[in-house]
Design a binder for this molecule. Structure first.
Ligand SMILES: [Zn+2]
Ligand SMILES: [Zn+2]
Length: 154
């Protein structure tokens, strides 16, 4: 699936797509789904001593925002640039499966947010604070903290 036949004397461009299932990604990251095919573009460059693999992974993921709980999608573009030891290449075939999977997993953030500054839901009344505001006192500074703020060190 991710195997590329290399040209030992020059550079070998590659361009292919693979599904998240083929990479067993949807099992590995439970809270994210890669819907469409994952596109991989790049080239393998023979530098004499080793092979450099450079390229880009393009994918679209869908998930539930951790803060506002809304279904969201995000297009990701992940660049990679790695060197491979020529002694691990047999019959001029390079298998990029692990490289692609590792780069994709490393690019996932711990939190899935619909946008960087998602305001989330009010912990009291549950309204989406991206769309509206509420009068809950959870969003107001605690008066005791207010007193501390005004306290001046002599
Ligand atoms: Zn959100
Ligand atoms: Zn509220």
């Amino acid at each position: 699936m991710c195997k590329v036949q290399i040209d030992r004397d020059g550079s070998t461009p590659f361009h292919f797509k693979i599904s998240a299932d083929e990479l067993s990604l949807n099992d590995e990251i439970a809270d994210v789904n890669f819907d469409d095919d994952i596109l991989i573009d790049g080239e393998i460059i023979n530098s004499g001593k080793s092979f450099d693999i450079r390229g880009t992974i393009n994918c679209k993921k869908s998930f539930i925002c951790d803060r506002c709980l809304k279904p969201s999608t995000e297009n990701q573009e992940i660049k990679f640039d790695e060197e491979i030891d020529p002694t691990v290449i047999f019959d001029n075939i390079v298998d990029l499966e692990n490289l692609i999977r590792d780069n994709l997993l490393a690019a996932q953030s711990i939190k899935n947010l619909c946008k960087e500054d998602c305001k989330g839901l009010c912990p009291k009344c549950g309204v989406d604070l991206n769309e509206t505001t509420c009068d809950c006192d959870c969003c107001v500074i605690d008066p005791r903290l207010e007193a501390l703020k005004n306290f001046k060190f002599e």
